[in-house]
Design a protein around this ligand. Structure first.
Ligand code: AHR
Length: 510
């Protein structure tokens, strides 16, 4: 173990070897999420009359920002919203669609955007749909009708209705969520693990009857703090193991105490959560003597606390507004470091976490913000997500890391340097994502490269003197990536200088 920091610098030793890999990264690790919540849809992606709106009312400026993120899937339409949603309300002529009370967020849903509008938007934004069915207020029958409407070519009631509504070719959505957060008492139609496990299994059987090749996601825990975790996973998987492909996990990160060191240790809890559920999957697999391998879909994650308590108060008292400002957390530079560490955790666990969705994408706890009638801009967290999504593809590397660490409330031995590595053989690059968690010490890291011949190295850095710095409509680029000068090719590999509290991406051309 290396000695702790002395005199403003600490040393780290890292080895990246072509022979030590975790496995291929599923590109859906960089998925996203849009819910009918607040202004995610209305005045987020959809704003007819906006100067940037296309012929369908979709904002082109937002589409451009989403396209640049290169997010391969987008989960829709919720979230808590889905658990009382009638998908049929969102089809047919827009002027005759019903307005409904949305019980999850106490708002009014106009249904001006439904599956047709969202599917067209997804195509424009360069992403594929991951759709959720309502297993809260509804069940198997509404779910099978929805899948038939979306995926069946024609000649049946639901598929012909889709065709009459303007869409001849089916969308052929591959990935379906069996409800949302069904372990949460706040969920409309909340169920016990036994009740939900039975319903999810029967629904999955019906959907597989339509198409055995669908990929199905069953609900795991809403957070590792839930009182039913991890028994929930065991019970639900025992009921569904033969029918599902993924179990979904959610986690949101908070810093109410304004303690950066503790805050940046939270990904250790995320790592433990993933490890535990991987163990539960193995337990059920062994118990059933099954060859099938269920994996994790981490389909909601992000920082969420900046406005959370105020929002909860407002929702309790308001009078069913349409598309109100809700969950519009403004992210700061500290959150860049956190999002970088979360993404690194997913890369290091990418053998079991195949899918992950940042929650959410626009306006609602989101990397992209919009002003009605005004501009769209990137929040601080847009950047680490974009860099990982574009450069963190290929094979995840099993790095050997030797660096001093600290003991935090959630875990002991949290390394000051959080680092993950990927090798993209197609592009001929090796990429390291490195976060220095230390407030005052730079990290001098020697990176040995084994089995990789480095030709050039490029350093991109995100840093700000103020952890609370944000990007706003007026100053949208206050926190953004710059070209760094902390990476050099050395004798055995790389020499890195990573300033205190910084996010770095180091890309090596091979
Ligand atoms: O993403 C916001 C909300 O968080 C989602 O609706 C719900 O699934 C989770 O509790």
């Amino acid at each position: 173990m290396l000695s702790p920091p002395v005199g403003g610098h600490m040393k780290a030793r890292v080895t990246a070897s072509a022979a030590y890999t975790i496995g291929d990264i599923d590109k859906r690790l960089y998925g996203s999420f849009l819910e009918h919540l607040g202004r995610a849809i209305y005045t987020g992606i959809y704003e007819p009359g906006h100067p940037e709106a296309d012929e369908q009312g979709m904002r082109r400026d937002v589409i451009d920002l989403v396209r640049a993120l290169d997010t391969p899937i987008c989960r829709y339409p919720g979230g808590n919203f889905v658990s009382a949603y009638n998908w049929e309300d969102g089809i047919g002529p827009q002027e005759s669609r019903p307005k409904r009370l949305d019980l999850a967020w106490r708002t009014t849903e106009s249904n001006q955007v439904g599956i047709h509008e969202f599917a067209d938007w997804a195509e424009k934004a360069g992403t594929e749909m991951m759709l959720a069915v309502n297993l809260g207020s509804r069940g198997l029958d509404a779910a099978r009708a929805f899948v038939e409407y979306v995926n069946h070519p024609g000649g049946t009631y639901w598929s012909d209705l889709r065709i009459r509504n303007g869409r001849r070719t089916p969308w052929n959505c591959r990935l379906w969520c069996l409800g949302n957060e069904m372990d949460g008492p706040w969920q409309i139609g909340h169920k016990s693990a036994e009740e939900y496990g039975h319903l999810a299994n029967e629904t999955a059987k019906a959907l597989r009857g339509l198409d055995p090749t669908l990929e199905l996601v069953v609900c795991g825990s809403s957070h590792s703090n839930m009182p039913t975790y991890p028994q929930w996973e065991a019970t639900v998987l025992e009921a569904t193991y033969d029918q599902v492909d993924y179990i979904s996990l959610h986690m949101y990160f908070e810093n109410y105490e304004k303690n950066t060191q503790e805050y940046l240790a939270l990904p250790a809890k995320l790592d433990r959560y993933i490890g535990t559920v991987a163990g539960v999957i193995d337990y059920v697999k062994a118990k059933r003597r099954s060859k099938r391998q269920v994996r994790i879909s981490f389909d909601e994650w992000n920082v969420w606390y900046h406005n959370r308590q105020q929002d909860a108060e407002r929702v309790r008292t308001w009078d069913w507004p349409e598309a109100p400002r809700l969950l519009e957390d403004v992210y700061n530079f500290e959150d860049v470091l956190q999002v970088g560490c979360i993404l690194n955790t997913f890369i290091r666990r990418s053998d079991v976490v195949r899918i992950a969705c940042i929650a959410q994408l626009v306006n609602v706890i989101a990397p992209i913000m919009t002003e009605p009638g005004g501009p769209a801009w990137r929040q601080t967290i847009y950047w680490p997500f974009m860099l990982a999504s574009k450069h963190g593809r290929g094979t995840a590397l099993q790095l050997a890391v030797d660096v001093p660490s600290y003991d935090a409330a959630v875990a002991d031995r949290v390394p000051w340097l959080d680092i993950a590595g990927t090798h993209d053989a197609d592009r001929g690059t090796l990429t390291l994502f490195a976060i220095n968690r230390h407030a005052s010490e730079a990290i001098e890291a020697e990176v040995a490269l084994e089995g990789f011949a480095a030709r050039a190295v490029d350093h991109t850095i995100i840093r700000h003197d103020d952890l609370e710095a944000t990007n706003t409509m007026e100053a949208p680029d206050a926190v953004s990536p710059r070209k760094g000068n902390g990476a050099r090719l050395g004798g055995r590999g790389l020499e890195l200088t990573l300033p205190p509290h910084s996010y770095s991406m180091i890309e090596v051309t091979l």
